[in-house]
Design a protein around this ligand. Structure first.
Ligand SMILES: [Zn+2]
Length: 107
């Protein structure tokens, strides 16, 4: 069901199978792991990058609990970053993610 969802234009969908998508996913997952300190709420969670916003660099990660986290990566020179950075927002499920994306379009 959710696989057929087409993200609005400003989001790059990273769920594809081609090597470029895989490379972007790996890069964004590694960067999240690098930035998140052990005291950050996302620490130690297996987060899979599914989409990235070309306007504001927000990245949507799918979490093992079936929820999602929208993370504004901070790309700090030295890592990990100091919590609350990287700033993130948890959304409980796909429906909540859809309304987040709708609001994001208006922002
Ligand atoms: Zn954005």
């Amino acid at each position: 069901m959710t696989d057929s969802y087409v993200f609005p234009e400003r989001w790059s969908d990273l769920r594809g199978r081609d090597p470029a998508d895989e490379r972007d996913r790996d890069r964004l997952e590694a960067e999240l792991a690098r930035e998140v300190a052990t005291s950050h709420p996302l620490s130690g969670l297996r987060a899979s990058a599914i989409a990235a916003c070309s306007h504001c660099d927000d990245v949507i990660y799918e979490l093992p609990d079936g929820g999602y986290a929208v993370v504004h990566l901070s790309w700090p020179k030295s890592a990990p970053d100091r919590p609350p950075w990287p700033v993130h927002k948890r959304v409980a499920d796909w429906a909540a993610l859809m309304s987040y994306i709708d609001d994001h379009e208006d922002a």
